[in-house]
Design a protein around this ligand. Sequence first.
Ligand code: SF4
Length: 311
Amino acid sequence: MEKNITILSFGAGQDSTAILYRIALDKTFRDQYLKGKLIVLMADTGNEHPGTYQHVEFVKSFCESHSIEFYLITSCQGYHPKNWDSLQYNFQAHNTVMSVAFPKTCTDNLKIKPLYNFLDHYIARHYYSYDEPHRPKGKRYIKHFCKRYGKIHVLLGIAAGEESRIAKPSNEVDIFGNLIITNATWMDHCLQKVYPLVDLQMDRSACQTYIRSTGLPLPPPSNCMMCPFLSKQEILWLYRNYPEVFYEWQAYEQAKLNKFSNANIKSNLGVKGNITLAEFLAQAIAEFGHWTDEQLNEYKMSHGHCVKSAY
Ligand code: SF4
């Protein structure tokens, strides 16, 4: 059995799609970045755009026809943390919203944790004959695996120009070049994170050009429909194209504001901090309301990704 594993952390946006297409179509790229067996993993946030889900359907058949293992990790499979079945489920469960002013716990709970919970179970089943009905707890099998066979390579779709999103390793090097063991996590010990687009200096626009050159579908950038980091243009795009989603989001925000309206806290913040979504939309309309649908679509196709600061 193949003992090396390379994971492609797939978000179904333009960056990770460019990597997937290059793996399938470009032998030099494949030889450079694939170590052993490739597994493409995508954790479902439950709040992706319809265009993203549509692209996932294409990717499933694309991977099948190239004999690539692809898994969409949905909440019903049991790998998502409690109360994080989806972004909106979490809002409902706690009368909360994600806000630009709060820590970005969503990426960790909706994308990173489900992916590695799945991977631990995958390794347990495929390499250690684990056949319990429930997934193992912790990252025991990933740790075992990497002790025996070396680090697992994880390809991450961060484009050139977005290097600030690359996580710093927890270990540091002193002035003599010696490694200082600080708060290194199992990830530092077990994963070799690789950023092919940064290596190859492919920025977002180069990814789009490459995807177009293949004749394969160009997906929209992937981020949650209710991501607090949407720009004014993106919020306006959402309001024009999916008003029901905007109003649902606004209702979650109102529930959060109501919950803390009598609390003795300094400020009761919403999705956009001190201003409400409705106020933010009003600003967006004032500044960009004259844009045509086509202009907004064009903007939307080139902006946005999950903005977890580093991973
Ligand atoms: S896209 Fe936005 S809301 Fe979704 S997980 Fe990333 S930061 Fe959170």
